[in-house]
Ligand binder design. Structure first.
Ligand code: ZN
Length: 181
């Protein structure tokens, strides 16, 4: 759960980072940025801000903005009906992103959110800078983390069904509750 104020503040920070990265977005788009706390209620630790540019029945283009040291929890995109699941390419536009996928444990530079060792099991570390990109096959587990300067990246994918994404952390609820207080 996040408050309306937290939501607005995170939208403003995300829009500023996106614009500083050199992208032009409208004010309406800035106001549409989705602020996701994964139901964990500590947005600044685990969360992400998502601007959806294209969402059709076949493809999806999003811009992900991450606050300094924010971590997107480990997840995967499962098969849905005849669809093997979302194939996704992440391309970094600004900031440094530590990306974690399956493979040999090379974990070194990033950090695990305190007390959550079991929720971050992928430990092959890929350090991504602006201009770097990687493609995730459907079902491939992944998580990622921004450094002190935050990060902006594109996510190009087949159809996104975010509500069906699966997470290692059993506490996670993908749809964020926003409360007025
Ligand atoms: Zn993903």
């Amino acid at each position: 759960m996040i408050t309306r104020e937290q939501q607005k503040a995170a939208q403003r920070s995300a829009a500023e980072m996106i614009r500083q990265a050199g992208m032009t977005i409208t004010d309406a788009e800035a106001d549409s940025i989705e602020v996701v706390d994964f139901g964990l209620s500590h947005l600044e630790k685990e969360g992400v801000q998502v601007l959806t540019l294209v969402q059709t029945d076949r493809i999806s283009v999003k811009v992900l903005a991450m606050l300094p040291n924010q971590t997107e929890p480990e997840h995967w995109h499962p098969p849905v009906g005849d669809d093997p699941g979302k194939e996704e390419t992440i391309r970094v536009i600004a900031g440094t992103v530590y990306f974690y996928v399956a493979g040999e444990d090379t974990f070194k530079e990033g950090f695990i959110v305190a007390g959550k060792d079991d929720c971050y099991t992928m430990r092959r570390e890929i350090i991504m800078k602006p201009g770097d990109q990687l493609t995730l096959a459907p079902g491939e587990k992944h998580w990622f983390q921004a450094r002190e300067d935050g990060a902006v990246m594109y996510s190009f994918s087949t159809i996104a069904r975010d509500a069906l994404d699966q997470f290692t952390d059993p506490e996670i609820v993908r749809i964020t509750k926003v409360v007025d207080k």
